[in-house]
Design a protein around this ligand. Structure first.
Ligand code: CAA
Length: 276
């Protein structure tokens, strides 16, 4: 048996059982990963941060998964932040390590080769909003309340919020959100570019799933290359970013998917991508 076949066998046996996560994969390969800490509005303690990281890494490797929807369990909260009770006893070194631990988990989401979409209902505050900001796309229910309230606790955002919000919505919006600590509506978050779409609560899953299916229907190698080029491009200057883009664009011409996509266009039919 080849190593690839052995790996496939192992992956088929994978059962997704993390104590504070709900994970299921539907027939279209859309994985729903929900943080589930009902007693704490899904707040992120160190334990659940580690579980999310493991889950993302396993879903990224699972051939049965084509896109990931990240959410919170229940209607009231996406995630209400880092776990304040757990942080209360931290000393500065604990807090610094926790910040790095959270940042690394969020970087793993951002670097995931499959699209990760945050589906936001209710509160997405502090570390909860930071979790959503690390996802590639965000769909919010009209019930969502988003914000970075850390300054009200005498803290600052510690899971990348000071950096990602500035990059996503610009420094003026980031300063207003971080310095006031206010909660903002889904509509306002959409107006300033923090979320991609806002929908009524009963349409939240179908809209988010539809978006996931649309991305999953495109050439998987191209989707992965686009995600990576955008992510890495945000960390370098324009000319270096364009160089990354040209390299990735060139690499696409070595894929079977590119040949199939172009051929299908010329033959006026739908492409059948292999992810190769
Ligand atoms: N950490 C730990 N527990 C939390 C929590 C959090 N972030 N958010 C809510 N909870 C708990 C509450 O303590 C409460 O527990 P009990 O029932 O045992 O008292 C339970 O969840 C329900 O919450 P509330 O009773 O407060 O619900 P509410 O409807 O009155 O208020 C809320 C909802 C406005 C979201 C309020 O819970 C709240 O303000 N939560 C904290 C939000 C926050 O400040 N987040 C930032 C955390 S710091 C951070 O995230 C740092 C970072 O960047 C890494």
């Amino acid at each position: 048996m080849s190593t690839a076949e052995e790996l496939d066998d192992v992956m088929e046996e994978v059962e997704y059982t993390w104590p504070d996560l709900e994970v299921d994969v539907d027939e279209d390969g859309i994985a729903r990963l929900a943080v589930s800490r009902p007693d704490a509005l899904n707040a992120l303690n160190a334990e659940v941060v580690g579980q999310i990281r493991e889950a993302i890494e396993e879903l990224a490797m699972d051939d049965a998964v084509s896109a990931i929807v990240l959410t919170g369990s229940g209607d009231k909260a996406f995630v209400a932040g880092a776990d304040i009770a757990e942080m209360a006893d931290y000393d500065p070194l604990d807090a610094r390590a926790f910040s790095h631990f959270g940042q690394d988990m969020l970087s793993a989401i951002e670097a995931c080769p499959k699209v990760v979409i945050a589906m936001i209902q209710g509160y997405a505050l502090g570390g909860g909003l930071e979790l959503a900001l690390a996802c590639h796309l965000r769909v919010a229910s009209t019930t969502a309340k988003l914000g970075l309230p850390e300054v009200g606790l005498g803290l600052i955002p510690g899971f990348g919020g000071t950096q990602r919000l500035s990059r996503i919505a610009g420094p003026a919006v980031a300063r207003e959100w971080i310095l006031t600590g206010e909660q903002f509506s889904a509509e306002e978050a959409w107006r300033v570019g923090v979320v991609n779409r806002v929908v009524e609560p009963d349409a939240l899953w179908s809209e988010t799933r539809g978006l996931a299916i649309k991305v999953a229907s495109r050439g998987p190698v191209a989707v992965q290359a686009a995600l990576e080029t955008i992510r890495r491009g945000l960390e370098v200057g324009q000319s270096e970013g364009e160089s990354l883009e040209a390299d990735a664009f060139g690499m696409m011409f070595s894929t079977r998917d590119m040949k199939e996509g172009v051929q299908a266009f010329l033959e006026k039919r739908k492409p059948e991508f292999e992810g190769r």
